[in-house]
Design a protein around this ligand. Structure first.
Ligand SMILES: [Zn+2]
Length: 206
């Protein structure tokens, strides 16, 4: 019900009428590219936030917030749908592909976090668009628009960095070393291990 309330409230903001909530969300939930992931729309993730957000809760379950539901229902927009597909691919890649590293709050951890994010952007492009780089760039730009302040953090590179990384078109050792440099990590043994963990991903223009 709270999900419905958020969609109703946002319909006033977007000045859009709507009726077909359940079939639109049912379609969205069918984007389980990896076949074994359940997608749930929930108000619990971050309440009435007006920034679309999704997260892997645990392997096999992705929670999507009410704002994503509202935009899918209210805005019949190809870029919104594209960015949603990309987000689902990104989260599914986290579920299967992350490098697991338990140290907290260090530059090494920051590097690993960033690599996992960028790898999930590449994996997301592969799952959602068969590797189409332009759709990935469009999706990242759409998601970036909601953030008034765009900055690097311990957990994520800035959107500006993520766009720069996806534009390389190739997730490989060269890109991983670039991320290490930007994240301030100089632990050669760790960088080597992370390079060995990930298979390269090449994106394409069409
Ligand atoms: Zn992520």
């Amino acid at each position: 019900m709270l999900l419905q309330a958020h969609i109703w409230r946002r319909s006033k903001f977007y000045k859009k009428h709507y009726k077909d909530v359940s079939s639109i969300l049912k379609n969205a939930k069918q984007l389980n590219f990896t076949q074994n992931t359940k997608i749930v729309f929930t108000w619990i993730l971050d309440g009435a936030s007006c920034i679309p957000n999704a997260m892997s809760v645990f392997p096999g379950l992705i929670a999507v917030n009410a704002e994503w539901a509202a935009r899918l229902v209210l805005l019949d927009d190809e870029v919104v749908k594209m960015a949603f597909r990309f987000t689902m691919g990104h989260e599914m890649t986290h579920q299967s592909g992350d490098y697991v590293f338990l140290e907290a709050f260090t530059k090494d951890r920051k590097f690993v976090n960033w690599v996992n994010e960028v790898h999930s952007d590449y994996g997301g492009a592969q799952l959602a668009f068969n590797g189409n780089i332009n759709n990935a760039i469009t999706s990242i730009r759409y998601k970036a628009k909601d953030f008034k302040v765009d900055q690097d953090s311990q957990t994520h590179p800035s959107w500006k960095h993520r766009e720069e990384y996806i534009k390389k078109g190739m997730f490989d050792d060269i890109l991983i070393k670039r991320i290490a440099y930007n994240a301030g990590c100089s632990n050669k043994a760790l960088i080597e291990k992370v390079c060995n963990h990930f298979a390269p991903i090449k994106l394409k223009e069409d």
